[in-house]
Design a protein. Structure first.
Length: 117
């Protein structure tokens, strides 16, 4: 069973930065595409960013493009999300997701990001 553990969430003022990490317990991590999603109170979970298995290709939602950067370190089995110029509307629980080469998907339990105005 693949396990994902997010960390790095917390309370930050608007305009500030945070870096989220997602540690993955899978020796074939480099074969998984990875993504970040978020869920704000009372809202559905939404896509934030994704990265291909090699790290060569990334995708972003329009709401975070230009402010957030997704990256990965395959040697450390870790996914990152650098979040800059944070806004109150970025407040949410952030989840990482792993998708294996045969379509299996795994989720972490999330880390809370709160942006104060």
């Amino acid at each position: 069973q693949v396990q994902l553990v997010e960390s790095g969430g917390g309370l930050v003022q608007a305009g500030g930065s945070l870096r989220l990490s997602c540690s993955v317990s899978e020796r074939t991590f480099s074969s998984y595409s990875m993504g970040w999603f978020r869920q704000a109170p009372g809202k559905e979970r939404e896509f934030v960013a994704a990265i291909s298995w090699s790290g060569a290709t990334t995708w972003y939602s329009d709401s975070v493009k230009g402010r957030f950067t997704i990256s990965r370190d395959n040697a450390k089995n870790t996914l990152y999300l650098q979040m800059n110029h944070l806004k109150p509307e970025d407040t949410a629980v952030y989840y990482c997701k792993a998708k294996g080469p045969y379509g299996m998907e795994y989720w972490g339990k999330g880390t809370l990001v709160t942006v104060s105005s």
